[in-house]
Design a protein around this ligand. Sequence first.
Ligand code: DGJ
Length: 735
Amino acid sequence: MAIKFNKKSKEFHLYNSSISYIIKILDNNQLGNLYYGKRIHHKESFSYLFEGGMRPLAAYVFEDDTNFSLQHTRQEYPSYGTTDFRYPAFEIKQRNGSRITNFEFEAYNIFKGKKKLEKLPATYVENEIEAQTLEIILYDKLIKTRLLLSYTIYEALPIITRNAKFLHEGKEEIILTKAMSCSLDLPDYDYEMVHLAGAWSRERHVKTKKLEQGIQSIYSLRGTSSAEHNPFIALKRPYTTEFQGEVYGFSLVYSGNFLGEVLVDTHSTSRIMLGIHPNMFEWILHENESFQTPEVVMAYSDEGLNGMSKAYHKLYRTRLARGYWRDKSRPILINNWEATTFDFNEEIILNIAKTAKDLGIELFVLDDGWFGERNNDKAGLGDWYVNTKKLPDGIVGLSKKIEEMGMKFGLWFEPEMVNKDSNLYRNHPDWIIHTPNRSASHCRNQYILDFSRKEVVDYIYEAMSKVLREASISYVKWDMNRYMTECYSVAKTAENQGKVMHEYVLNVYSLYEKLTSEFPYILFESCSSGGARFDPGILYYAPQGWTSDNTDAVERMKIQYGTSFVYPISSMGAHVSEVPNQQVIRTTPLETRANVAYFGAFGYELDLNNLSKKERALVKKQVEFMKEKRELIQKGTFYRLVSPLENNINSWMVVSEDKCEALVGYYKILNTANDGFKRIKLHGLDSNKKYNINDNKQNVFFGDELMYAGIPVKQEDFCSKDGDFTSVLYYLKEA
Ligand code: DGJ
């Protein structure tokens, strides 16, 4: 790995064994991009990759020159309004009304390791030899503002991270109306855009479309990263598959409004941008103030989509997620939400917990409804003290009783919300986000607390930390169940209203930071009506997240499949729930429900007392199985084999780092009549190792047989011999 600067050619070359990224200081002293992709040899100069020339209707930078126009130049962080007519990476409104800027190269800095980002989550290094960083400083002398562009390249991964920072020194204030985290111009547009779209209960389904001239974009203006779009775009070649071909990934480490777009211009280049959505964003900078954008993580693979995902999984599992639980085996949990919703008392809870304990489950999670007057979704949010009518001995007493059973205890919070029918709202009606003299819309009868105000966040911190300090709590589920409307903070002046949505996110992060630092042994699981804030920003604080409220095994295959494009399976909360399933009223075999949920942070979400004796015995076996395999599942390399979005089959697998063991899931969604023979070809094994399958000494195969000839899938191997939604697991161990 190296970052080289060539003084003569004015080029920076960032490279490791798999990728190269080349930046050039252009003739106008701004920054251009010459190349990003598979590693190429280092040379003194790559200036032949700069393409200029005359074109009708182009505007040119220099007098008596018809060669240099930004319109045709691939740039690093472009502006609008000089010679480039495409959408810019940033925009600065100045006091005289102008939005024209000129950021020219001033200096650079190359160092080992990677800096932290101010108030923002970001990937990190544990040792400075793991990565190298290039900072390029540009200066606009008229407005006296510096722009710092940072690039970090990891030694062992095909990953470059980027961010931008504006530092204003001028006496006259400036207003940032757009500040994307990265912009990248690629020389052609022969790509398909892959992204993850959906809605509540069908989050992160994979969507693919061919790029066309014009703009294709994804976004959230909902205040969270959202269930509708995830802050991630990949550009793949049309021929790229899961295992072959080029793909570029762009993933934003942020949990609020975002915009991701690919602009294909008339001369067939593609501009990819990702960052905070410029709508609703306006950041005023007075003298000596600065603005830091979130980070974008770019991954390149010429080994298909799985190659890209593998890089993201490794980085996000080990250098984005943090803390005590990052590498620890995750406890197998039972959550009472689908079993009871709000309707429970201590006896009901202890009854569920006791059976769970008998079957080997390690953690009981008490969901919504334990506090204030929270007997339905109309009241109580914001009142973070126990409802003693339901739990007479309080959370302290209940957690003690559960711990005495030999289980750990976890608790649900929704810190950012309030019901009007709550003491918190009655005492502080102006603490909600609302626009003066306009009505405030509700969602699920709740309102959003104005987290852009420090006193509000401090109050919630006190209330939550009191509960966490007093009781024996090992896990917190942090929920967030609505999107933001009528966004305005009554505590801010008019000129600062454009800061509210971003400051809200920053303060969600600061509360997470405070609580995770004070309670380092608590496992935090994020949630947002299922997966409406499942993003890399939150993963920095909570190493696992509730993937979706949809717990149906078939629906979950699609959701977990799409989520795995970016996120490691260790981050995906996945539970076995009752049948008929509460979301889609489908009945799937208990085996299949577990066979899907094993490929995630595993748990149960039902009253096990309602199962038959035989089913409970099966649950016990499942729990034992997961305890044996969870290290492999959590830390192994995950591969998608067959997509449930395009097939009647879903298949995926996970291989240990030493390639000595693997677990394969194979799922047949609908039963078929008189079907042909099926084989599943595995991936990532050692060709020369021999593996036995499902502990059967007769079933011994070389890795190359399993990868190239495949496993013949036999009807008799399936968990249910007939009917729909059947599945089979293959556990491979080196023989
Ligand atoms: C939405 C979550 O996704 C559910 O799991 C549950 O916690 C409910 N909120 C509780 O209100």
